[in-house]
Design a protein around this ligand. Structure first.
Ligand SMILES: [Zn+2]
Length: 261
């Protein structure tokens, strides 16, 4: 395969990885916002429960006061009863006492209801406090993960950017521009392999004489698919040569892993 095609393929591979990393980076603010939203929801639940608890306490105090006031009236009516002279006045006071006692009973019922409700709100506040604490703990862990993912992605982005720049220097500038134009139009894929004399990207047949020219070309001319305009490349079956045993050994340097990060 021509050197420039190889460089273009490497450029494309770097661009694909770059776009993966960018996609990962793009979702990290959303992930952070989701974590924050979970904490905010737990806080709201706690505040709502506390407000309900407080309202119940206020109601309870009011009903307690009601009970006291009605009891006070009963005492007053009873005092008056000992001083009345007529039967009618006595009956009227008795009636007032009955009414007041009925009010006491009602207020006491309400008080009891509020006490039962209050216990329920106390439980709800305790549960909300526990949930908030757990949510905050989980959120701290999740945020640390998202942050370290972001740091790794940023580093990868810088490395891939440098890698891409190196590949791009091997390619004439106008060709890089053309590549970028096609890649933009075709979801990042500007090169297509020819298999069975067809463009594997769009499936269109490559004309036989074009295919023959492609295989023979020594001029450095690049061929484009007539349908999708992608650059075509062809890998001759015999081009696969088993890797030389020494090639891998060149890679092995000092083995101690770097722990700089
Ligand atoms: Zn095509």
């Amino acid at each position: 395969m021509q050197k420039v095609l190889q460089s273009l393929l490497e450029l494309q591979s770097a661009d694909r990885r770059l776009s993966d990393v960018r996609a990962r980076l793009a979702v990290s603010p959303k992930k952070l916002a989701e974590v924050d939203a979970r904490v905010a929801a737990a806080k709201t639940e706690l505040e709502t429960s506390k407000a309900a608890q407080l309202a119940t306490i206020k109601d309870r105090k009011r009903y307690e006061l009601d009970v006291e006031q009605w009891k006070e009236r009963v005492r007053k009516y009873r005092d008056q009863t000992s001083q009345v002279k007529t039967n009618e006045a006595y009956k009227a006071l008795q009636h007032e006492v009955q009414m007041a006692e009925a009010e006491i009973a009602k207020a006491e019922d309400r008080l009891l209801e509020q006490m039962v409700a209050g216990e329920e709100y106390d439980r709800r506040v305790k549960a909300a406090e526990k949930t908030l604490k757990e949510t905050e703990e989980t959120a701290r862990g999740a945020k640390a993960n998202i942050e370290s993912e972001k740091v790794a992605a940023d580093r990868e982005l810088a490395e891939l950017g440098a890698e891409r720049a190196r590949f791009a220097t091997d390619i004439p500038e106008d060709l890089v521009n053309q590549y970028e134009h096609i890649a933009k139009k075709h979801g990042g894929i500007a090169l297509a392999e020819v298999q069975d004399e067809k463009c594997t990207a769009c499936g269109m047949r490559v004309r036989p004489h074009v295919f023959q020219e492609m295989r023979r070309s020594t001029t450095g001319d690049l061929f484009q698919c007539e349908t999708c305009t992608r650059f075509l490349y062809y890998i001759e079956p015999e081009a696969f040569v088993p890797p030389v045993a020494g090639a891998a050994a060149q890679e092995t340097g000092p083995t101690s892993p770097s722990r700089e990060s």
